[in-house]
Design a binder for this molecule. Structure first.
Ligand SMILES: *Cc1c(COP(=O)(O)O)cnc(C)c1O
Length: 402
């Protein structure tokens, strides 16, 4: 890919997404589950750009949303309402109301208290709310603690006994209709065993519910398949599908997948330019125009992103690659082998930046969020304009008393 030409055309910092890669990853996953009823509900939070959501909806993908804002994004991007799921650990009454009015596929419940709220709101609207319950299987996903969600010590989901109570209550309620069963144990999963064990536990619950004549149509196995940032050995879609299919063997359900990172992480690139280089004592710093507000993962999780130095020599020494933000935690890489001849204006391509990159970005330090570019069939196009200073103050300016 000619990143240099793209950086010259659109400026840096910049996010670039390879839509052809997104396409391939989606098909790869679908192929692994071939012959089964399947909905791939793209996890919108991983990369929420309307054009990215639209790309997957054109492949008949759905959307897994964790706020009503994401639900509305999905609809705006062209996702069919019957392919939209609303998950998340704390939904407000107004979000529940809107979701019911928009008539999406189902709402994922995360507590008994939330079930009662959904029932109440559905009653007020005189509607029947299609629901699913997020069950916490209490299995260690063996991933970073910040992105682990499948243990009872995490805030997500309910235990199996609570889930049974919720389904029994919902079955009797005039305003609730249980249609799905859901689990999602964490993100960046690289081991299959915790997924298989969770699926087994939850599928046993599904059989139990069917025996109680609670007609669960959707077996929603969440997202979380890991990707390679450095040298991780990841789960192949084929092995993933085989593990799931062997567990649900014989059950008549539609399988729902909620992949985010798997689809987009390695199709995204963060382009940034060198501003200066400096030394504090013996410590070498390369200061770039991108920062933690643009790509938070290194600061938040200590995440590793491979960096390509586009036009430099191969002789290197160790340096920290840091942004201009007034925080010591503002870095993209630490102690990274860096070409000795970097100079102002040189381009860095930060890899694996398609997931939880732009979608986690902020305006900290009054930095406008960067532009986003799609590459598809050999063409590049803008899919989000760079934010201007006027954009940043638009909601404050009229309240300023001088
Ligand atoms: C975040 C999330 C996902 C997506 O996770 P990835 O690791 O990006 O695949 C799927 N489902 C739910 C409920 C989530 O919260």
């Amino acid at each position: 890919m000619n990143f240099k030409a793209i950086a010259e055309k659109y400026g840096t910092p910049l996010y670039v997404y390879d839509f052809d890669y997104f396409h391939e990853r989606f098909l790869e996953l679908r192929k692994a589950f071939r012959g089964n009823k399947l909905l791939i509900a793209y996890a919108v939070k991983s990369n929420s750009n309307l054009s990215v959501i639209n790309k997957f909806s054109q492949l008949d993908g759905g959307a897994d949303c964790v706020s009503i804002g994401e639900v509305k994004r999905a609809l705006k991007a062209g996702v069919e309402k019957y392919r939209i799921i609303f998950s998340g650990v704390g939904k407000s009454d107004s979000e529940i109301r809107e979701a019911l009015e928009l008539d999406i596929l189902f709402i994922n419940l995360e507590s008994e208290a939330e079930m009662l709220r959904v029932e109440q709101v559905a009653k007020e609207l005189n509607k029947q709310a299609r629901i699913s319950v997020r069950v916490n299987p209490n299995i260690d996903p063996q991933t970073h603690p910040y992105i682990s969600t499948g243990l009872h010590e995490n805030k997500f989901g309910v235990d199996i006994d609570t889930a049974k109570r919720i389904y029994l209550y919902a079955k009797r309620s005039e305003f609730l209709k249980p249609v799905g069963l859901h689990f999602h144990i964490g993100s960046q999963l690289t081991k299959l065993a915790p997924i298989r064990d969770s699926a087994e536990k939850i599928s046993n619950l599904l059989r139990h519910l069917k025996a109680l004549e609670i007609d669960i149509k959707f077996f929603d196995i969440g997202g979380g398949i890991g990707v390679q940032y450095r040298d991780e050995v990841t789960i192949s879609p084929k092995d993933y599908a085989e593990a799931i299919l062997s567990v649900i063997n014989g059950l008549d359900v539609t399988i729902i997948l909620e992949p985010g990172r798997f689809l987009v992480a390695n199709g995204g690139y963060f382009l940034t330019s060198v501003l200066y280089e400096k030394k504090n004592g013996n410590k070498r710093f390369v200061i770039i125009d991108g920062a933690m507000n643009d790509l938070l993962r290194p600061s938040l999780y200590g995440a590793f992103h491979d960096i390509e130095f586009v036009n430099n020599s191969s002789e290197t020494s160790s340096a920290d690659i840091v942004g201009p933000i007034c925080e010591s935690g503002d870095f993209i890489a630490k102690n990274r082998e860096t070409p000795i001849d970097v100079k102002s204006g040189d381009l860095l391509v930060v890899k694996s930046a398609g997931a939880y990159g732009f979608s986690m970005s902020s305006n900290y330090n009054t930095r406008g969020r960067v532009a986003e570019i799609a590459l598809e069939n050999g063409n590049d196009r803008l899919i989000r304009a760079r934010e201007t200073f006027e954009d940043l103050i638009a909601l404050e300016e009229k309240y300023l008393i001088k």
